[in-house]
Design a binder for this molecule. Structure first.
Ligand SMILES: [Zn+2]
Ligand SMILES: [Zn+2]
Length: 177
């Protein structure tokens, strides 16, 4: 199993590099950065001023047959599904694809003060969370588990940064304890 990160309208190379390193420490799988030709503007909602994540995933599915593993699309744009104000990410349960937006993981979104380490910590948690859904995990009630659901950034910060023992057993190639 390999993990493919596809940045799209993702503006921080430093964050991307740090995320690759973090995931490499946690998985025995290879982590690759890939370039997908998707025009996110096709999925922009003029009414909401956000991008529709479910449609983006549907488009990415068409372009990723050649990649054998999990594909995480990374973006800085704000994403949504119709029932919710925003989402940090969306993933196919038991599937290959997910999308993660760091838009609302930036501390400056809330306080105006940038904090790169906090941004990395949040990004790693949410990347693990979406990957967990790809491996078939649903939300976990354990607050120490990265599969706990997060409706706001406070909840991202409170929850743990790795899978609980129960969730870990279903994640292939995970070597972090
Ligand atoms: Zn979730
Ligand atoms: Zn768990």
């Amino acid at each position: 199993m390999e993990i493919f990160l596809a940045p799209l309208k993702f503006y921080s190379n430093v964050l991307l590099e740090r995320l690759v390193k973090e995931l490499s420490n946690r998985f025995s799988s290879k982590i690759h950065v890939i370039d997908l030709k998707v025009n996110l503007d096709d999925f922009f909602s003029v009414d909401r001023r956000q991008y529709y994540s479910t449609q983006i995933i549907a488009e990415v599915i068409k372009l990723t047959d050649e990649y054998d593993g999990k594909v995480i699309l990374l973006t800085d744009v704000d994403i949504f599904v119709p029932a919710l104000t925003f989402v940090f990410g969306e993933a196919q349960l038991n599937g290959k694809h997910s999308i993660l937006s760091v838009c609302r993981l930036h501390e400056e979104f809330y306080s105006g003060i940038s904090d790169e380490n906090l941004l990395l910590e949040r990004t790693v948690k949410e990347a693990l969370h979406e990957l967990g859904h790809n491996f078939g995990l649903r939300h976990c009630i354990d607050w120490d588990c990265v599969m706990h659901s997060s409706n706001g950034v406070e909840e991202v910060d409170i929850k743990g940064n790795t899978y609980c023992r129960k969730c870990r057993t279903v994640i292939g190639d995970y070597k972090y304890y």
